[in-house]
Write a protein that binds this ligand. Structure first.
Ligand code: NAD
Ligand code: ZN
Length: 378
């Protein structure tokens, strides 16, 4: 008999131009003296300053020192600024990196600790946190609705997610117009991340009916609109539908959690610098073929694929492969000329808790075979 829990504490506002209403949202939440945490792109193109200026005093400072795959030191610096200025709330503007950094900073600022204390250590963050308004500018991570913050400690080569109920933003403000400036390569990689969240959430060992339903719709939208958004950054409908897909896929995975492709993405990003979405996508069709063969999960995955118009999961895996290739994304690691030692490192670091959410148990031998195969593919 099925048994499951569902919770979704984030209020979501979706619509073009909503980024200009931060002052109204702050008033509704009854918060003041806010800090804007913004991606560098928006610090340099002037939008961050414009948002502060038009906030009618609700935002009093901006922090833009956030890199892709944010480092523990950046989160600590942001938390220290929040403590010093006694900020009352945080607005996060950017891709998953800025959102995750702000989520972690808005929590850890309530302690005197470094985020490192909670990073991959199993130590739980205290429940207090500052109200946070998350404004995504990529259609990718779904971080605006998730309880996950993916943090990197570059000094010791560790990238892993921190899960905490107090990472759920207070409000997600999804304004698809913010994604128009994403370059095609970012659109492509982030869009494949959406697909990974949806597919992995669906086949995760912890999947459940509500997340399953949004996963299917998110996948349908990706197959229909991602290539269009990649090809024409100003395709209003495609941008809007991908923004929808991204939020839905966030909802699809935040409870079931991701699986093999995300586990393998961490070393691919950390060691080889492959952007998150592209790194996740490299193994998605490979895991799809493994999971499709399983007697228990296979039929469920075939039905999922059939609902999306494919003959079965194997045909869907081919379509994922071709979609990546059509957008110039990697389907292999051949150009890296990986040594046996490097392949062994990828295998070792991929054994991460997310790998254990994969419905089929992935052995060391299976990882070794997969990375050798990928090392021979473009
Ligand atoms: N919290 C979660 O639930 C979750 C889920 C998946 C991944 N992640 C994490 O999120 C991070 C990746 O986030 P991402 O894929 O959104 O990319 P990102 O935030 O790292 O941004 C990628 C690049 O795109 C630029 N950019 C972002 N928005 C732009 C825009 N509108 N116009 C022009 N340039 C823009 C950034 O400046 C950056 O150079 C990784 O650390 C990943 O592990 C988090
Ligand atoms: Zn992801």
């Amino acid at each position: 008999m099925a048994s499951w829990n569902y919770i979704q504490p984030v209020e979501i506002r979706f619509g073009a131009g909503l980024v200009n209403k931060i002052d109204e949202f702050a008033k509704e939440l009854g918060v003041e003296n806010g800090l804007l945490v913004a991606d560098k792109f928006f610090m340099s193109n002037g939008l961050a300053q414009k948002i502060v200026d038009s906030s009618n005093g609700a935002l009093t400072a901006a922090f833009g020192d956030v890199s892709p795959n944010p480092d523990v030191t950046e989160i600590d610096a942001c938390a220290e600024l929040i403590r010093q200025n006694k900020h009352g709330f945080v607005v996060a503007l950017g891709g998953g990196s800025a959102l995750d950094a702000a989520k972690a900073a808005a929590s850890v600022c309530m302690t005197n600790d470094s985020i490192s204390v909670y990073h991959g250590t199993g130590v739980a963050l205290p429940p207090e946190h500052l109200p946070l308004i998350a404004v995504p500018t990529t259609s990718g991570t779904g971080s605006e609705v998730t309880k996950v913050s993916v943090v990197t400690n570059h000094a010791i080569g560790k990238k892993c997610p921190i899960n905490s109920m107090n990472f759920y933003p207070t409000l997600a403000v999804v304004d698809p117009e913010l994604t128009y400036s994403c370059p095609p390569k970012v659109t492509a990689g982030c869009g494949i991340d959406v697909l990974c969240h949806a597919v992995e959430g669906f086949w995760s060992k912890n999947h459940q009916p509500i997340c399953d339903a949004v996963a299917l719709e998110a996948c349908r939208l990706v197959f229909k609109y991602l290539y269009r958004a990649y090809e024409n950054p100003n395709d209003v409908e495609a941008r809007e539908k991908m923004a929808e897909a991204s939020v839905m896929a966030g909802l699809a995975f935040t409870i079931p959690l991701t699986t093999g492709s995300h586990a393998c993405s961490f070393p691919l990003t950390n060691i080889h610098g492959i952007p998150h979405g592209e790194a996740c996508g490299i193994t998605l069709d490979y895991f799809a073929r493994i999971n499709a063969k399983d007697a228990e999960v296979g039929p469920r995955m075939n039905e999922f694929a059939q609902n999306l118009g494919f003959k079965d999961m194997l045909e869907m895996a081919d379509a994922i492969h071709d979609l990546k290739a059509s957008m110039g994304l990697r389907n292999g690691l051949k150009d890296l000329n990986l040594t046996e030692e490097q392949i062994a490192d990828l295998c070792r670091i991929s054994v991460h808790p997310n790998l254990r959410n994969n419905p089929v148990y992935i052995t060391d031998e299976m990882l070794d075979e997969m990375y050798h195969y990928l090392a021979s593919q473009n």
